[in-house]
Design a protein around this ligand. Structure first.
Ligand SMILES: [Zn+2]
Length: 404
């Protein structure tokens, strides 16, 4: 297990807290505001800020509006403080990016891939892409202060190893973190794709300032990321939030996990596509039938296109999926009582009907107190939630606070 501060950018928790607040506070963080919000003495803040400026991690530019006393200089984290290398490995695509420490994307590339090709092939290509991006922006590997990685499978936290990932053959027990740390000589943080998206929304998206939220990813699978008190809640073995395998219909189909009637088997992209292809073949949707013939297969977004053209049968598929997801989320709401639910993932983009149906079902089935003030909204960062989230966990890992 890594020492909490061994690879950190900062020397003590106060420096970490100062950097976090400057990174989150945008362009308006001044010394005065830091002193106010941290509740420590002015001189302590001034001392640590000076050290961070000397280390190149903070820079001062301009002054905040005077609030009576002396003017207080504005702080920011300069680009020269370093970059974060980002790998967001999906089931069918690889996203690679370079971001600032504020998780602003400087360069980004996405290409189709097959996670089943195995860790060596996937990571070799991803590293190649990152080197290309660094070259493009005139930077080099030594400027990477951290690397953040998202993978579509369960990750053992202290070690950064994959544990029996169902859709990642050949990756079981593979030490993603160790391999990439050796490659880049920088700290590497690895987590599953849904957790990073949840943290991304919390730090940079629609969940900013919301301490308890549930992120739901609807794509090839369905997963949940739980943020409690600003941190990811992982549970005893790290698989908390796996809502795709809650039972949605005891008479439903067999799921990839071997159980019957899981939400994922009924409402994720493959189920939506299967229902759409059935419609197309039996002739109940002319639009989908034409798409099927033209493309040889359908995707979830075709169902959204059909629905937006007034295809009632396609709309029904989307509503059915939304209702099942909403009914399942209602149970989760009863357990967690979050103050925000964020819906993301590829399928979340197929049209307003999905979100509307999810909302209706959650509000209908949850206790009124739990939903009295519970917004259910689409991800603000999509389709970059994973990239930004992976950057956020990379940065977290070098600001000195163990991710518990
Ligand atoms: Zn299942």
């Amino acid at each position: 297990v890594r020492q909490a501060y061994a690879h950190s950018l900062v020397e003590n928790p106060l420096q970490g807290e100062i950097l976090r607040r400057v990174l989150h506070g945008g362009a308006s963080t001044s010394r005065a505001r830091l002193t106010q919000s941290l509740g420590v003495s002015k001189s302590k803040v001034a001392f640590e800020v000076r050290r961070l400026v000397a280390a190149g991690l903070l820079a001062e530019d301009g002054f905040a509006d005077s609030e009576g006393g002396r003017r207080s200089s504005l702080l920011h984290v300069p680009h020269s403080a370093g970059f974060v290398g980002v790998f967001d490995l999906g089931a069918t695509s690889t996203d690679v990016a370079v971001t600032t420490l504020s998780s602003d994307i400087v360069a980004h590339r996405s290409e189709p891939s097959d996670i089943a090709a195995g860790p060596r092939a996937i990571l070799e290509r991803a590293v190649e892409l990152l080197d290309e991006l660094l070259l493009e922006i005139g930077a080099h590997r030594e400027q990477l202060v951290a690397v953040g990685v998202g993978v579509p499978g369960p990750v053992e936290q202290p070690t950064g190893r994959l544990v029996a990932p169902p859709i990642m053959p050949g990756w079981d027990d593979f030490g993603v973190r160790a391999v990439l740390e050796e490659e880049f000589h920088a700290p590497v943080a690895v987590d599953n794709d849904v957790n990073i998206m949840a943290l991304g929304e919390h730090a940079r998206g629609v969940g900013q300032g919301v301490e308890n939220l549930l992120f739901v990813k609807i794509g090839t699978g369905i997963g949940g990321g739980i943020v409690i008190g600003g941190e990811i809640y992982r549970g005893a073995q790290g698989c908390a939030g796996d809502i795709g395998h809650l039972v949605a219909d005891v008479h439903g189909p067999i799921c990839a996990c071997g159980n019957i009637g899981c939400l994922e088997a009924l409402a994720a992209a493959p189920a939506i596509v299967r229902a759409a292809e059935h419609l197309a073949r039996e002739g109940s949707s002319q639009f989908l039938a034409e798409r099927l013939i033209a493309a040889g297969g359908l995707e979830a977004r075709d169902v959204g296109d059909a629905a937006s053209r007034g295809d009632y049968e396609a709309l029904t598929i989307i509503r059915d999926a939304g209702r099942l997801i909403g009914q399942t989320l209602a149970s989760v709401v009863s357990v967690l009582n979050p103050s925000l639910i964020v819906i993301g993932g590829g399928v979340s983009q197929i049209g307003n009907a999905l979100l509307a149906e999810i909302r209706t079902s959650v509000y209908k089935r949850s206790l009124p107190l739990a939903t009295r003030n519970l917004p259910i909204v689409l991800s603000q960062l999509e389709p970059r939630a994973g990239v930004i989230g992976a950057s956020v966990i990379g940065v977290k890992s070098v600001l000195g606070v163990p991710t518990s």
